[in-house]
Design a protein around this ligand. Sequence first.
Ligand SMILES: NC(=O)c1ccc[n+]([C@@H]2O[C@H](COP(=O)([O-])OP(=O)(O)OC[C@H]3O[C@@H](n4cnc5c(N)ncnc54)[C@H](OP(=O)(O)O)[C@@H]3O)[C@@H](O)[C@H]2O)c1
Length: 254
Amino acid sequence: MNLPLEKTVALVTGASSGIGEASALALAKAGAAVALVARREARLQSLAKRIEEAGGRALVIGADITAEAQAREAVEQTVKHFGRLDTLVNNAGVMLLGPIAGANVEEWRRMMDLNVMGLLYCTSAAVPHLLDAAGGGPRRVADIVNVSSVAGRLVRMGSGVYNATKHAVGAFSESLRQELSTRHVRVSLVEPGATDTELRSHNRPEIVAALMTRLGDIKRLEAEEIADAVCYLVTRERHVAINEILIRPTQQTT
Ligand SMILES: NC(=O)c1ccc[n+]([C@@H]2O[C@H](COP(=O)([O-])OP(=O)(O)OC[C@H]3O[C@@H](n4cnc5c(N)ncnc54)[C@H](OP(=O)(O)O)[C@@H]3O)[C@@H](O)[C@H]2O)c1
């Protein structure tokens, strides 16, 4: 049976948990060889084992993508190992919420460094390889999927800098989409609402409590449901570009 992403290679940042882990599994299931990038290598090793046991191919790359050299090296290692790069999923991100007045600026720096600069470094390194793939690959199309958020569309008091990082991702994605579209590199945004992952756990306890109160006990999305959207984007026919997917849990009002 022909799988839709057979003979293609994908790189997923933040593959050690949550949406990145689920996306890597889904892309591998669709036939892609997958480079798994994050800092927690042990988590990546166990994911690679699961992918390989299911008949797929995986490469573990321990890297902190807030360091430009490590982000570039992750992309180059992928191409060296698998010979090409067709799909980049810029998923790694951190969400540290709280008021702007009196905030710990170090938290802002962590978000800007990862959500914006990490994504830019990986994209910059990947674009020449994606153009090559679109020019001569098995599918003659390549993809960048940027994982933004509902927070990249709406602004809320108490999440100003996270909003700023995800709005930056949206602006950058649209500009890059216009730049690369005629050469068959698609640039897409996935904008999840509340999804059950480790993301909120990096916040201070009072912030986690406020978040839980705001959302109530609604049924959150599963990481696999966002991974489905990632897979949908990158398995479309060459002439079809889905630019943006916004996914909320049904009961999430804003
Ligand atoms: N969960 C939600 O409700 C939700 C909603 C909207 C958007 N999102 C977005 O979805 C994306 C994935 O988040 P998630 O919910 O799956 O959260 P998560 O489980 O916390 O995953 C975040 C991933 O980013 C990686 N990461 C963190 N710092 C890194 C660094 N310096 N270099 C490389 N990788 C790094 C983490 O791996 P290591 O710690 O091993 O490096 C982890 O794999 C984020 O961009 C987030 O903003 C999530």
